[in-house]
Design a binder for this molecule. Structure first.
Ligand SMILES: [Zn+2]
Length: 209
């Protein structure tokens, strides 16, 4: 059974690899952002708390995040395995996850800060939902959406100083988790700079037949 935690800096493409796992391993992906949104739209007790914190511009405390993820992991579809993408983000979250679940694979899809900044800061988006990358998937007309003709823009999250701040938090808070999984012998690293199919190939080798 696969109980996978996916790690990697922003821009490492771990969401794409999680999608491949859903399809090829037939396990659900557990993504904190989606769980937050689900709890908020269903107006669960936890969702209402999350809403209060986000409205006040505060970070959602660990206990609430942990409880929401644990609730999700105890749903029937997770009984035969799961991949968690974007959790745990710090050592205390990792410890409470490990109290309830034996993670079989902690997979780090690694790219350098330089690469992360390069990938994210060259991303452009359109209000219609289309996304572009100035190097890999540039719009036909500069600054204009192929699909709807509107002007493209850069998300605030994709601006270099914001990316750098998030990378620093990742280095300080998330990377220390890796030692926990190294000790358990379930930690693996994959070179995320490679093309998507090659990253997936490397992951499949780690996961075994
Ligand atoms: Zn558009």
């Amino acid at each position: 059974m696969y109980k996978i935690c996916l790690f990697g800096p922003q821009g490492s493409g771990k969401g794409t690899q999680a999608d491949l796992m859903i399809k090829e391993l037939d396990i659900p992906a557990v993504v904190p952002g989606n769980i937050f949104r689900h709890n908020i739209s269903e107006k669960t007790e936890l969702g209402q708390k999350v809403e209060e914190y986000t409205k006040a511009g505060k970070l959602v405390p660990d206990e609430i995040t942990i409880e929401m993820i644990q609730n999700r992991l105890s749903e029937p579809d997770c009984a035969s395995g799961f991949v968690v993408d974007g959790f745990p983000r710090n050592v205390s979250q990792a410890k409470s996850l490990n109290d309830r679940h034996d993670i079989t694979h902690a997979l780090l899809i690694n790219i350098s800060d330089e690469e992360a900044i390069h990938r994210l800061s060259r991303r452009r988006v359109c209000d219609c939902g289309a996304t572009y990358h100035l190097d890999y998937n540039a719009p036909e007309k500069e600054g204009i959406c192929n699909d709807c003709g509107k002007e493209l823009y850069q998300r605030d999250d994709d601006k270099e100083d914001v990316i750098k701040k998030r990378l620093n938090i990742y280095h300080q808070e998330t990377e220390p988790i890796f030692d926990i999984y190294k000790e358990k012998g379930v930690f693996h690293e994959v070179d995320g700079k490679q093309a998507i199919p090659k990253v997936w190939e490397d992951i499949k080798k780690i996961l075994g037949p």
